[in-house]
Every structure is written in C-alpha cells, then in structure tokens.
Design a protein around this ligand. Structure first.
Ligand code: PA5
Length: 464
C-alpha cells in the first residue's frame, strides 16, 4: 500500500510520494506493537469524569472533557476582564506558553497586537535576555503610565523555573509601583497544586491548577493555555470541542480511522526504516507558524531520549523537528530540502479559506510585465500555484511528505490539530519505547543553573 489517506471531520491528510510511501506489511507489523498502548489510552479516556481522571501520565487527554475546570477558567477570565484589563503579560516558558502563542497567532494573527482596537494586547515574558525584557518592561510601564490595566498571568508547572521566577519578580515590582493597593487583583498564578508557588500564592493571588500528571507540553487545554486564551476573547469551549472530537477518533481501534496512530506510525517508519531523521512542518500560513514551534517542543522533548523506558538501554534516539513557512522558506530552505540529503519527512500544512478580507493584485500596467499572469489574481490563487509548484518539486525529487488541510482557521480546527499531535506523540513514544512525558535533560540544565547561581561559580561547568 503506497498511498494512505486519513480523513476526519474538518481536516484531511494524505501521504504523497509513492516512492517513499509505506507498505501494507510494514504498517501492519508496527500497528501490532501499538495495540497495547492504544488500550492504555482507551483506559485513561474511560476515567474522564471520574475522580481518577488525572491519575496516569496520559491524563492530558481528559482535559478537553473537563467542563468544571473550564467553567472556573471562564469565570476568572470574566472577572478579570470586568476590571478593564488592556494588556495581558504571560510569564512562562516552553510548555507553559507555546500553546497559548500558537492558538493566539493562529486565530488572532501574528500581528494582533498591532491591529487597531486589539484588546487586551498580549505579551510574553519567556527569557532572561536583558535587552528583550527591558523592552517588554518599557512597553508595560508605558501602558501603566497611561492608566491602562495590566494583568500578569504567571504560568509554571513546577513553580521553580528560573526565567519565570525572575520575570515574575520584575513585573510584580512594576505592578506594585503603579497599583500599591490592589496589585494582587492583577495577578493570576497557574501552577501545580504541589508546587511551592501554589502555597506562596495562597490568600494573595488568584490561582488556577494544572493537574499534577499533566506535563507542560501537554497542558494547552489546561488553565495554562485556556486562561490567557479566554482573556483574549477566544472561544475555549469550541477549542475543547474540536479537541474532544479528535480525541474520540484518535482512540479508534481501526488504525486507518485513527489519525494520531496513523501519523505516528508514518513518522516512525519513515525514521527507522527510511532514514528520515528530520521532520519538517512546512506551513503555508504565517499565522500557523507558531503551531510548528509548539510541535517542535512537543516532539523534541517527547522523543529526544537517551534511554529506553523499560529496559533503560542507552539508545540516544529522536527525530529533529524543523519548522518552515511557505512561501517564505522556499527562498531559504527549499534548496536544501530538495537537493540536499534525503533525510527529511515533510508535513505540509495548508488552510483552505481565509479569515480576513481577500486580497488581489491590482491592475498596474507599469509593473504588469515583470511577472506574467499576475494581474487581477487573488493572493490565494497565487499561493495555491506556489504550493502546487512546491508539491510537484517534492514529487519530482522523491521527497516524502504528507498534507494536512485546515478547512478554516477556527477554534474547532486548531483544537483538533493540537489534540491530534499530542496523541500522535504519545503513540510515537510507545513505538520507540521511550517515555514521552519526561525531559530529564531540561531538568539537568535547570538544576545546574540553580547551582551556579547558588555558588556564584562556573567551576568545571562552562568550558567557554
Ligand atoms: O514540557 C515541559 O514540561 C517543559 O518544557 C516545561 O514546560 C518548561 O520547562 C517550563 O517548565 P515550568 O512550566 O515548570 O515552568
């Protein structure tokens, strides 16, 4: 079988490039290995709406059906919006802000903050790069000086991430300066109930819980993502509805109808049997680029592993995730993708309808002769042609790819995609027999950073 199709409500993906397709035998063989994990996923899902909904590591799949938690998020967002918040600063890093950025960019646009009337504006403090944060502080102070309300949402699962805590201190100070009396009303803490931060915030700030077994990169449908998105006026019910619909199909026994199992199998076979150790999300939409950034973290941290889960055998495996944007990167990376080593598996992503006004190339006779047949063409038509040209080049150069089509950019379709990819990663972890929920090397760097800060010494730690 060289050609696979998986269809599901609202979106479609196709394997193209028969030369690099996957045979029926290969697929059946690996599918057998996936079955036990599929059963475990189904068992986790069956616990939704029970007190055991969040007791195992796959717990994040129960977030989209957790209406109680969502209600609490919506209530708090309503309360804060009532206070006239005009600027929201999300302080968090990695899994604690990438999902929010991805959904915000996809639905409101990358240029949202610059659009007239955009309220509240949203800023992200996710680094301790002095100059960047100094600019951010400047923007926030300018907003406060104008008498506008600023809300800080501190998002951190562990509550102890250095960058997040440093930024929290910094922005807390500025908020105190401008609202000495009621600054605490403009702070929302999103963290694990077991974290020190949760206790520290008690009786001081509003708090939202990230369930203990839900890891950062799987937390977009927890309050970590839902609260800031609700503050932006996005329909988090629709987002979770899309996720819920996808969750159902990604639990199906029949692999051809289970997009997450199928895409995990394709990725796995492409890497282990066909040498495609690089995954490229080639996204033909600027506003969806941050979905690719979110996926990069999800795949990087979930599959990049030193050892196998059960045996502890050292394997040092992983797939390197790359994001490219169409058509921008056709003028940057495509040469390498099409001519360089054939070690990449590409997931094209396209959106079928536009959300904003349709643009056309105007009739300007003076430049008309520079590129033929552009006059009067819509931008969508031009993009369609560019995409067609790209796919043709991929086929001609025997570079394997799949295509995901978004019928539109909406809360529902974005919710579907995010849920699909998180479940894909869990299945992929099962195929590689690694733990897709830990990130021991990230924890190592966090630990050494704290040591360096404590001892004020780099001794033996930094050769540069
Ligand atoms: O996916 C993960 O768990 C990590 O990338 C974390 O999200 C990231 O390290 C930030 O951690 P925390 O949310 O504890 O501040």
């Amino acid at each position: 079988m060289n050609r696979l199709n998986f269809f599901y409500e609202g979106a479609m993906a196709k394997l193209i490039g028969p030369e690099h397709g996957i045979s029926k035998e290969e697929l059946e063989q690996e599918t057998k290995r996936l079955r036990p994990y599929l059963s475990r996923m189904q068992q986790t899902a069956a616990k939704a709406d029970t007190p055991s909904a969040y007791i195992d590591e796959r717990a994040s799949i129960n977030l989209p059906v957790d209406e109680e938690r969502r209600k609490q998020v919506k209530q708090l967002a309503r309360d804060k919006k009532r206070r006239g918040v005009e600027c929201l600063v999300v302080i968090g890093i990695g899994g604690s802000n990438l999902g929010t950025i991805a959904v915000k960019d996809a639905l409101l646009g990358k240029l949202y903050n610059q659009l007239p009337g955009a309220t509240p504006k949203i800023l992200f403090a996710d680094t301790v790069d002095n100059d960047y944060i100094a600019d951010l502080l400047n923007v926030v102070e300018h907003t406060l000086k104008k008498g506008k309300k600023v809300l800080l949402n501190v998002v951190t699962k562990t509550g102890t991430t250095t960058e997040t805590v440093a930024n929290f201190e910094l922005f807390l100070e500025i908020l105190r300066k401008y609202y000495p009396e009621d600054y605490a009303d403009y702070i929302v803490i999103t963290t694990d109930k077991n974290s020190k931060l949760w206790k520290l915030a008690e009786d001081r700030f509003d708090r939202l819980e990230i369930p203990h077994r839900v890891g950062g990169r799987y937390s977009v449908f927890s309050p970590a993502g839902l609260f800031p998105l609700a503050m932006l006026g996005l329909d988090i019910d629709k987002l979770c509805e899309g996720a819920k619909a996808m969750r159902e199909v990604c639990l199906k026994e029949k692999i051809s109808q289970n997009p997450a199992a199928l895409s995990a199998l394709i990725q796995y076979i492409q890497e282990t049997k066909k040498g495609k150790c690089i995954n490229v999300n080639f996204i033909f939409s600027w506003d969806l680029k941050s979905l690719g950034d979110w996926y990069r973290q999800l795949m990087g941290e979930s599959i990049g592993k030193e050892a196998q889960k059960l045996t502890g055998e050292r394997v040092n495996l992983g797939i390197t995730p790359v994001v490219a944007v169409g058509s921008v990167d056709l003028h940057s990376l495509a040469q390498l993708f099409l001519a360089g080593p054939n070690d990449k598996y590409t997931s094209f992503i396209r959106v079928l309808t536009e959300n904003k006004q349709s643009l056309k190339v105007p009739d300007h006779p003076e430049v008309d002769t520079l590129v033929e047949d552009l006059r009067g063409r819509s931008f969508s038509q031009i993009m369609e042609a560019i995409f067609g040209g790209t796919v043709a080049a991929y086929l001609e150069n025997k570079r394997p790819s799949t295509l995901t089509l978004f019928p539109e950019k909406s809360e529902y379709t974005i919710g579907q995609w995010l849920q699909w990819k998180m479940m894909e990663m869990m299945y992929l972890g099962a195929l590689y027999e690694v733990n897709p929920f830990d990130q021991s090397k990230v924890d190592d760097y966090k630990r050494v950073t704290i040591e360096i800060l404590k001892t004020n010494s780099y001794a033996g730690k930094n050769p540069y």
